[in-house]
Design a binder for this molecule. Structure first.
Ligand code: 1PR
Length: 523
């Protein structure tokens, strides 16, 4: 029996699912006594350091947790569950950590996108029972802006490189804690969890010892989901956002089955976009939540969900906040949420008032769940101009001139699935969303969507050079060479595709084989 410490601030469902998939039962801590009576305790911290410690203190969990850890009893901390072991964190300077290990938690100070998001390797520093059955060159899923800095080097179990080496796992007595998420790291992560659950196995060093590690470029499968005219929830796919063919919504398969297939084929992440979320309130659209629940039961890579994340008042006059909608998605198995139309409204309000409200969906969700959990989905389309001075937008010179030979264009943000264009450009939107606390940009492109003509590299370069957070290039992938282009000719951290995967034109395995040896991808 594994005891799980859930303080209610994130997606513990994936950890529960991963442990249960290994045939082990999970008991969730309900009282302080449950901590002391645990055989093995797992603490999957999610969100922000200050919020986590405040809840632990409020629930009177701090004292029993310290007692459990000081006795060196079996413990697995994940992400913030690792940070909690230290004395303090730059994320909340006035807040004390558990102080079980001497040292602190620092923000990445590197010339690379922060958060560090994606699959990276481990340089293994000492033997551990966690490594049983691992070769040593496996990659694990990371998503964080802060990393631990222990005073005592003896506790360092693994390091990982991201601009500089940082400590990615610690070990002391029966206490282990990882910066990466084993529950989101596919088969390698499940193996590591299984090793923690197993008792009495010997500590070992894997055969392969990496000297350096490198963040892999991610390949993401995207499932646009909506109800068709028969009332079934289907995966659909548009051409430039038009999902109907001869009047009918295209049906390319069932969401849960397709997500499972992409996981098996090696997708590094899976994104669901509830494309009619702007008009159908997601908390009334229960099938979508059920899709998430079922998928997270057997898909162990990160899941992002978007669609309908905004404040909403129902017919009875009850108001739901965007944070409540996001929370329901997290509880159902999402690791990140993506905000589309509402992000445009938030930025428009910001530009009008010239200040942050502190209460926008982006700020509120980032405050509770952390920036890394907030993705902004942008749906831009090109607007050509003859002269940059014609508009007050971020204009680029383009190598593909417009219909009247215009050599410049700007990227207009749209809302409601591309139905409505706004007086706002995608570069400005991305920059302000980063400032408000977003952790990643999902950069679609209506002109390229469903065309198989390749990613809009000019758009990606324009946005990527304006922000310091990771960018997911999306729309237009038609062949493996397009992924190679996007990774070689832009700095995008990941590339997303839909149509070619759904229609089995180019499987994910083929994309990865093509990139292997040219671009670092997860095997
Ligand atoms: O505005 O917060 O409710 O979120 C709605 C979400 O649904 C947004 O993220 C928006 O991008 C998405 N969406 C709305 N309508 C459509 C549509 O297609 N009619 N889909 C839509 C957007 C674009 C990509 C697509 C890539 C790759 N889908 O996600 O998967 O373009 O396609 P490809 O590889 O086949 O070219 P809100």
């Amino acid at each position: 029996m594994i005891t799980l410490l859930d303080y209610g601030a994130g997606n513990v469902r994936s950890v529960i699912n991963a442990i249960e998939s290994l045939g082990e039962a999970v008991k969730i801590v309900a009282t302080a006594d449950d901590i002391l009576s645990a055989e093995k305790l797992v603490f999957p911290g999610v969100g922000a350091f200050g919020n986590m410690m405040a809840i632990l203190n409020r629930k009177a969990y701090t004292t029993p947790l310290k007692a459990y850890l000081e006795a060196g009893r079996p413990f697995l901390g994940i992400c913030l569950g690792l940070h909690a072991l230290f004395e303090s964190s730059e994320e909340a300077l006035a807040v004390e950590g558990l102080g079980i290990l001497k040292g602190t938690v620092k923000r990445f100070d590197v010339d690379l996108a922060v958060p560090h998001i994606g699959w990276n390797g481990l340089t293994i520093r000492q033997p551990s029972q966690l490594f049983r059955g691992l070769q040593g060159d496996e990659q694990f899923y990371f998503v964080h802006s802060y990393h631990v800095v222990p005073q005592d080097q003896q506790v360092v179990l693994t390091t990982t490189d991201y601009g500089c080496p940082f400590v990615s796992a610690i070990q002391k007595d029966a206490i282990v804690a990882t910066q990466f998420h084993p529950e989101k790291s596919g088969r390698s992560g499940l193996k590591l969890l299984e090793n923690f659950i197993a008792t009495g196995s010997e500590a070992r060093l894997p055969d392969i010892r990496l000297e350096h590690t490198c963040l892999a470029k991610r390949i993401i499968a995207c499932l646009d989901v909506r109800t068709n005219d028969q009332g079934d929830l289907v995966v659909t796919k548009g051409d430039q956002y038009d999902v109907r063919e001869e009047g009918e919504v295209r049906n390319l398969g069932k969401p849960v089955e397709l997500a499972r297939r992409y996981y098996e084929e090696g997708a590094d992440e899976i994104t669901f976009l509830n494309i009619t979320g702007f008009r159908d309130f997601p908390l009334e659209d229960m099938p979508m939540l059920e899709v998430l629940r079922q998928t997270s039961r057997n898909v162990f890579v990160p899941l992002t969900i978007g669609g309908g994340i905004r404040n909403y008042t129902d017919v009875n006059g009850r108001t739901y906040s965007a944070l409540e909608v996001a929370s329901e998605y997290f509880r159902s198995g999402a690791d990140k949420v993506s905000i589309g139309s509402d992000a445009v409204a938030v930025v428009e309000a910001y530009l009008q008032t010239g200040r942050k409200s502190g209460r926008s969906a982006i700020e509120e969700i980032a405050r509770v769940y952390g920036s890394q959990a907030v993705v902004i989905s942008v749906d831009p389309r090109r607007i050509y101009v003859h002269d940059p001075a014609e508009v007050h937008h971020h204009v680029i010179e383009t190598a593909t001139p417009g219909p009247e030979g215009q050599q410049y264009c700007w990227y207009q943000c749209t809302v409601k699935g591309g139905r409505e264009g706004r007086n706002l450009d995608a570069v400005t939107l991305a920059r302000i969303c980063e400032d408000l606390g977003a952790g990643e940009i999902l950069l679609n492109c209506i002109d390229r969507d469903g065309t198989n003509s390749g990613f809009d590299l000019e758009l990606i370069n324009a946005v990527k050079s304006a922000v310091g957070i990771p960018v997911i290039a999306s729309s237009g992938a038609g062949c493996p060479e397009h992924f190679h282009d996007v990774f070689k000719r832009t700095e995008a951290e990941s590339a997303l595709a839909a149509g070619i995967f759904h229609r089995r034109e180019v499987p994910i395995t083929v994309v990865k084989e093509f990139l292997s040896g040219k671009v670092g991808v997860r095997r």
